[in-house]
Design a protein around this ligand. Structure first.
Ligand SMILES: [Mg+2]
Length: 387
């Protein structure tokens, strides 16, 4: 079976109000820019995928699909996925750094042809994954307490907070207030978003660069608040400091969402940089290679909890990855009402992936591949560019 076409649409999803991610030096976002990729085979099966393409990179991905990826993949055997992954690595090296959504769409087509969900093709048996609510904005502690209580009432058993304040004390105030409000049974994680230089800013646009000492102090203080992990406290290529922090911290250190390619992920693992590795099926590497990386992580007695701050299609790919892993405790679920809600970030799906309101788990779809169906009318209405 051969690949007949590779298509993509860039959509812009309007937000109900401006959204200020803790990590964004450019300030408020008014829309979410997302791509929807389709890989069509000569039998008529169409694999789909997609991801969040912030920072204006959506048009670059579309141009890369049109000019580079489509000529490389049309006529290629759909099942030669290792060769397709290597072609995408060539694209990542020379043209566009994260073409991995195309690989996810290839695998969606493979799953559809085989009539099996991807996680089952890859040997997984978990038919549900607990979801944690991943907040995106820094808010004042009182507001964040209300937010946290609302998501716990909605069923979530885990929460991730962003810290991006001027001082450690301010960061801790938000976390302490939330811990006190939700009690000891809710998993609480904290993301510092310090791994990418562009993101080392405060929400007011001022430069905010953590030192090693701030990272260690924060980790020690968060230990008293029973925080499950501290995420991205240091620059992503500072292997030595990350390794040292992981060894010295009383709580697990997590990261890797910004590290690109298999070699970089393996380097992190060999250097023992993290307790928890967080690659993303749309951002980091070809999705099946990440499944293999998960086995390597488990062999080192470390954990893997994929990054999935993404659109509904992006979450769908990472959900399959999670369920296929030897062990995956959590699915990152973007959730920061009133802006980041399923009606917004999953608008391209006919049926959104929702956590169970009683248990907070997301069930794996039973349909083959990613198991999702596109809402074509919604996509057409939001499309700003198509190749
Ligand atoms: Mg993160």
């Amino acid at each position: 079976m051969k690949i007949r076409d590779v298509r993509a649409s860039l959509i812009e999803i309007p937000y109900p109000r401006p959204f200020v991610p803790s990590w964004a030096p450019e300030g408020a976002h008014r829309t979410m820019a997302a791509v929807v990729v389709e890989v069509e085979t000569d039998s008529g099966v169409v694999g789909v995928s997609g991801g969040d393409m912030g920072h204006g990179s959506g048009p670059l991905l579309l141009a890369t699909i049109r000019d580079v990826i489509r000529p490389l993949l049309v006529g290629h055997d759909l099942f030669a996925t290792e060769h397709i992954a290597n072609r995408l690595r060539y694209v990542a090296q020379y043209f566009f750094p994260r073409p991995w959504v195309v690989g996810v769409a290839v695998w969606d087509a493979v799953g559809k042809v085989c009539d099996r969900p991807l996680y089952q093709l890859w040997g997984g048996t978990a038919d549900e994954v607990p979801a944690y609510a991943s907040f995106g904005e820094v808010r004042d502690p009182a507001q964040r307490v209300d937010d946290a209580l609302a998501v716990v009432a909605a069923g979530f058993r885990g929460i991730k907070l962003r810290v991006h304040s001027a001082t450690v004390a301010e960061d801790l105030r938000q976390v302490a207030a939330v811990r006190e409000a939700v009690g000891p049974d809710v998993m609480l994680a904290v993301d510092a978003n310090q791994a990418a230089s562009r993101w080392r800013y405060a929400p007011d646009g001022s430069r905010l660069m953590w030192s090693y000492e701030r990272a260690l102090t924060t980790a020690r203080e968060l230990s008293d608040l029973d925080v499950a992990w501290l995420e991205e406290p240091l620059p992503r290529h500072d292997y030595g400091a990350q390794r040292r922090l992981t060894a010295e911290s009383p709580i697990p250190i997590a990261g890797g969402e910004h590290n690109r390619g298999f070699a970089e992920l393996v380097r992190l693992l060999e250097d023992d940089c993290f307790d928890i590795y967080q690659p993303d099926a749309n951002e980091s590497e070809e999705i099946h290679a990440l499944r293999q990386f998960g086995t390597m992580v488990a062999a080192r007695h470390r954990r893997i909890i994929p990054h999935a701050w993404a659109t509904g299609l992006g979450v769908a790919g990472n959900l399959q990855l999670c369920a296929s892993l030897p062990s995956c405790e959590w699915l990152e679920y973007p959730y920061d009402p009133p802006v980041i809600v399923p009606e917004v970030f999953q608008v391209m799906l006919a049926e959104p992936l929702l956590p169970d309101p009683a248990t907070g788990v997301v069930r794996l779809p039973t349909a083959p591949g990613l198991g999702v169906t596109l809402d074509r009318a919604a996509i057409d209405q939001l499309t700003v560019q198509r190749v």
